[in-house]
Write a protein that binds this ligand. Structure first.
Ligand SMILES: [Zn+2]
Length: 288
């Protein structure tokens, strides 16, 4: 775990407490193996009780869209397909339903694993939990993006965010609110397709490089279909991030409901072996 300089901040303290839950869980599991004393187990139980209290008192915000036939995929021809295997009252009297689904990795709320744009880098099941569960900040570029569909978040947007809200903590997940989430459900407006090109805002490659080099971020997330802006031809932001094993969350919902900082993100993708990405359940926790 990383050593956060702003540990005085109560919200970061809550995050650290949250980590204790994970450690407590590990400690409890390990207690079955030899070298964990009963005292350690007891203290883990106490910590776990405190953490549960913190978690129950806080607010949880769902940042995933539902998967259905309406879900937006990168290619218009793709979709989420769900078929009934069984559905109805059985001859024995009980109700039974079971379905099967089929969908591309990259659509709806999903993760891009580093291997998506960087050969030899992590596939989705290899991404460490420390990159998926972390404190987060939100940079809102919706005003600029509302005037320019091709807007790309710049280094200056980050530095001016920091002058207003403080330094982005090392290891943070950086969420980008473009405001385009309000178009979700309307593919035409969401993707801004025109003359075979897509037009929606994204994270500029220089800003991505700056975040990796200067803030050692864990991951990034955005309320559009791609971390690169829609008109990108070489996906340079993807390449920049993924060569450094930084995953990206795309089509993230409800970013407008989050404050600019103080939340913890839990982003757990479907664990597809060798996958370049996959459906993502992502939530934000706001301690009270
Ligand atoms: Zn993707």
């Amino acid at each position: 775990m990383k050593n956060y300089k702003i540990a005085k901040d109560a919200r970061i303290t809550a995050y650290l407490t949250f980590c204790l839950l994970i450690f407590a869980g590990c400690a409890q599991q390990n207690s079955q193996s030899s070298n964990v004393t009963m005292q350690n187990v007891k203290s883990a139980e106490t910590q776990s009780g405190d953490v549960t209290k913190t978690l129950l008192q806080g607010e949880w915000i769902d940042l995933s869209y539902e998967f259905s036939g309406e879900t937006i995929y990168w290619n218009e021809a793709d979709s989420f397909k769900k078929e009934a295997v069984a559905e109805g009252r059985t001859p024995k009297g009980y109700y039974y339903s079971a379905y099967k689904f089929c969908a591309p990795e990259h659509g709806g709320t999903h993760i891009d694993a580093p291997i998506h744009f960087a050969e030899g880098k992590q596939s989705v099941e290899q991404i460490p939990l420390s990159r998926l569960i972390a404190p987060a900040v939100k940079i809102d570029i919706s005003e600029k993006a509302s005037k320019d569909r091709d807007y790309q978040l710049s280094v200056e947007d980050i530095t001016s965010w920091e002058s207003a809200h403080g330094k982005i903590p090392e290891g943070a997940i950086v969420l980008i609110q473009t405001g385009y989430g309000k178009f979700w459900g309307d593919r035409k407006k969401y993707m801004g397709e025109e003359d075979g090109k897509k037009h929606f805002p994204g994270l500029g490659k220089e800003a991505a490089k700056w975040l990796i080099e200067n803030r050692k971020i864990s991951a990034v997330g955005i309320d559009t279909a791609s971390i690169d802006f829609g008109a990108s031809e070489n996906f340079e932001t993807h390449v920049q991030l993924m060569e450094n094993n930084v995953p990206a969350f795309e089509n993230v919902a409800n970013l407008d409901k989050l404050p600019v900082k103080g939340m913890t993100i839990i982003a757990l993708p479907m664990k597809i072996k060798g996958g370049s990405g996959g459906p993502l359940r992502i939530v934000a926790f706001l301690p009270r």
